[in-house]
Design a protein around this ligand. Structure first.
Ligand code: G3P
Ligand code: CA
Length: 242
């Protein structure tokens, strides 16, 4: 069965990368959540997609230039309604103690290298005993390989948007158990061969009904979607028809 991962939480209906979006994804019955991590000036791991605060919060400037105390006062729900803070990664992992979700932590260290990020994230995952339920991904493949060297018990998956030749071979070469490709460059053949070779395939970001149905029918390992409710409803329908 294809798993459904809620991209930045249930981002189609709630402010992305907030506890509200993660909780609503869990309520909807998602198998997992995906989230993005950046580091503050004082080295706290915060859950926010962009290097800058501007798009998703009422702050301005780079996350890395503010202390967590300053960041904690901001509102990550710009569209109105209740204020939602930018979560600490720790808040999410603490909340995960009370559910069975998988969490795909994307390390956003392609633009700023955030020295020490890998060590910090691994320590937190180990402190919460979540090694089996975490997947590290990044567009920075050097970073996930480093994670694997530090913590081989935690799964890694390269994110990419182009077309890697025979990505299942590449994945094996860096000890990844999965690939997280942009859906645009993905073919039926790549999905099939990767899975046959023991490499899970979790494309992003699948929001269109037709694409969801197609990937469910192919039995793709997982989809990463902004709309877990839509995806789960379609998956149920397909299961019923099979
Ligand atoms: O993990 C899949 C997806 O989140 C990668 O792209 O830009 O949405 O973080 P982006
Ligand atoms: Ca992401």
């Amino acid at each position: 069965m294809t798993q459904v991962f809620a991209h930045r939480g249930y981002a189609a209906s709630f402010a992305e990368n907030t506890m509200k979006a993660f909780k609503e994804a869990e309520k909807a019955g998602a198998d997992g959540i995906e989230l993005d991590v950046q580091l503050t000036k004082d080295g706290e791991m915060v859950v926010i997609h962009d290097e800058k605060l501007n798009r998703t919060t009422n702050g301005n400037g780079f996350v890395k230039d503010f202390s967590y105390k300053e960041i904690s006062k901001l509102n990550a729900n710009k569209s109105g309604g209740a204020k939602e803070p930018i979560p600490l990664l720790k808040d999410v992992l603490k909340w995960m103690q009370g559910n069975r979700l998988i969490c795909n932590i994307e390390l956003k260290n392609g633009f700023f290298p955030y020295e020490g990020m890998e060590e910090k994230v691994i320590k937190l995952v180990r402190d919460y005993g979540l090694e089996e339920r975490i997947i590290f991904s990044s567009f920075n493949h050097y970073s996930i390989v480093y994670c694997y060297r530090l913590a081989p018990e935690i799964e890694i998956a390269p994110l990419y948007s182009g077309r890697i030749f025979m990505p299942w071979i590449y994945a094996k070469s860096i000890q990844a158990k999965a690939i997280h490709p942009n859906y645009k460059g993905l073919t039926n053949d790549i999905i099939r061969k990767s899975i046959e070779n023991g490499i899970s395939v979790r494309p992003y970001t699948i929001n269109n009904e037709e694409d969801m149905k197609y990937l469910f029918t192919l039995n793709c390992s997982a989809i990463i979607t902004d709309d877990p409710v839509k995806a789960l409803k379609l998956r149920k329908g397909i299961e019923r028809d099979q």
